[in-house]
Ligand binder design. Structure first.
Ligand code: HEM
Length: 511
């Protein structure tokens, strides 16, 4: 009852009136939300809102994990007018993402996909259709293929060293800095340089503002679950999203126009970026180009820095793990040079640290909703067509039936273990699996591992005075990427002999 009242009191009178009207209409016309059949279990539902309060809670992946503990690994929720299934175990995830991938690999139509992504003409929000097949092929074989990701190795090195230079300069002046801010700047530069070679340009600043506004608007739009609210748009959310979308489309139009002029004047581009690749294709429209680029900015921009911040937080909370990682780096790299990306495959403990971070902190905690394209059965339960499906990756990585001491940060569990995070095994699925598996996985793993290795090998990282590792919290902030809520302020200083920095771009002024 409390949850129901909290939800209602947080909405305006008009919203409540609209909901009541919707309820009366549904009753009057005997709208059948549940078709006959044996549904998965679930908690009792409230009239009108159903189980929507579980999504509305600050951290939905936590409330959904609690429901799974009570009702089992497959649960039915009525989210306003939308029927949904939440799965929270590796067996159920295998069923959805592998065995019945052909039925569950589509995306539901929704407000974000419609408004920002031109009715799902991108990849992230595309239903299972020809657009999906084309976009997926472009992402996996061209934009984010291993070869393309490797071609940006020099760019990643340049940006990581730039980040470290800023950090060391601040550290030299005894100033603490917010690690998340620093890494988000690095990640945005990486995205925009890969996308269209621009960094620090005025248009780039405009893009950063748009993305910031988009993230703060949030991706759980309640109007999506209550059609009448969508019609009325009392909260103004839809209008706001439309405005942001127009700003983004205008900005990209000017970038594309400039590029077209540039390439007709001279074809002397040295390094092919994503915009070049997409413009060279005759089978995609300008709108598709814009929404595909937005996918990369939104899906990649925050997930990488947020994961590095989680890894650093866990390392600082576990000094023994930090020491073991530093020892590995010193043994394999030595203290006379910096880490290079080509060293990563030799750094087994580093890889285990990254996997363990992704097990406990899979930043895409609930992934992106899937939808069933036809009626089917899962674990003996009837799942109607058009059911929204969410996989709780957060719960799966912490499942006590699978993981011993699941809440302990212990990278050694991944040493000499056949379990990886790449979606082949279902015990841990930070990148999901199947047709919708994250196509940015290779870029993400190499970027996270390389940045983390540089920071731990070349820097000493200290907490503010008076803080110990016991003071570090793991509070989360929900969003498209689940980030650490409280800032991680650090003093970052040199760890290696001075001449190592002097021989690289890390020659910090005044040191
Ligand atoms: C640590 C970093 C990352 C994590 C944990 C992550 C996780 C995920 C997850 C869970 C999904 C949903 C899969 C599903 O629907 O079943 C996803 C989809 C996606 N990710 Fe990532 N991701 C990361 C980084 C990236 C990066 C760097 C990019 C691009 C540069 C990217 C691009 C995408 C795209 C385009 C999709 C949609 C795929 C589709 O719908 O077919 N991701 N990611």
């Amino acid at each position: 009852m409390e949850g129901f009242i909290t939800v209602l009191t947080s909405w305006s009178e008009e919203t409540v009136a609209a909901l009541v009207l919707l309820y009366i209409l549904l009753k009057a016309f005997k709208t059948v939300i549940h078709t006959a059949g044996r549904r998965p279990p679930g908690p009792p539902a409230w009239p009108v809102i159903g189980h929507y309060q579980y999504l509305k809670s600050g951290l939905p992946h936590h409330s959904l994990t609690k429901i799974a503990e009570q009702y089992g690994p497959i649960v039915w929720l009525q989210l306003g007018a939308v029927g949904a299934v939440i799965v929270s175990s590796s067996d159920m995830a295998r069923e959805i993402l592998k065995t019945q991938d052909h039925i569950f690999a589509s995306r539901p139509a929704g407000i974000i996909g419609d408004t920002l992504f031109a009715k799902g003409q991108d990849l992230l929000f595309s239903p299972l259709n020809d657009n999906f097949r084309l976009a997926r092929k472009i992402f996996t074989t061209e934009l984010l293929s291993q070869q393309r990701v490797d071609s940006f190795k020099g760019l990643r090195r340049e940006l990581v060293l730039k980040t470290m230079r800023t950090a060391l300069e601040e550290g030299h002046a005894n100033r603490y800095l917010n690690l998340s801010d620093l890494l988000h700047d690095q990640s945005m530069s990486l995205s925009t340089r890969m996308l269209y070679r621009m960094d620090g340009h005025a248009q780039n600043k405009e893009l950063i503002e748009i993305i910031r506004d988009l993230s703060s608007t949030g991706f759980l739009v309640k109007e999506e679950y209550f059609p009448l609210l969508k019609l009325l748009d009392l909260s103004g959310q839809l209008k706001k999203l439309k405005k942001l979308s127009e700003r983004y489309f205008d900005l990209m139009d000017s970038i594309i126009d400039n590029r077209l002029k540039e390439t007709t004047k001279s074809k002397s581009n040295t390094e092919e970026d994503f915009l070049d690749v997409l413009l060279a294709k005759s089978n995609i429209s300008r709108v598709q180009i814009k929404v595909l680029l937005l996918d990369i900015i939104l899906a990649g921009g925050e997930t990488i820095p947020d994961t590095i911040v989680w890894a650093m937080t866990e390392l600082l909370r576990h000094p023994n793990v930090m020491e073991r990682l530093q020892n590995e780096l010193d043994d394999v790299i030595g203290k006379e040079r910096l880490v290079e990306e080509s060293d990563l495959k030799k750094l087994e403990y580093l890889q285990a640290v990254v996997k363990e971070t992704l097990r406990l902190h899979p930043v895409g905690v609930l992934g992106v909703p899937h939808v069933s394209i036809e009626a089917t059965k899962v674990a003996g339960y009837d799942i109607p067509a058009s059911t929204r499906v969410m996989v709780n990756f957060y719960a799966i990585g912490r499942d006590p039936k699978v993981w011993e001491n699941p809440l302990k940060f212990d990278p050694s569990r991944f040493l000499n273990s056949p379990i990886d995070v790449k979606g082949q095994q279902f015990e841990v699925l930070p990148f999901s699996s199947g047709r919708r598996k994250c196509p940015g996985m290779h870029l993400a793993l190499v970027s996270v591992s390389y940045t983390l290795a540089q920071l731990i090998h070349a820097c000493t990282v200290s907490l503010p005075e008076g803080f110990t590792h016991l003071d570090l919290d793991l509070e989360e902030k929900f969003g498209m990427s689940v980030a650490k809520k409280n800032p991680l302020n650090l003093l970052i200083q040199k760890r290696l002999p001075s001449d190592v920095y002097g021989r690289t771009e890390l020659n910090v002024s005044g040191q």
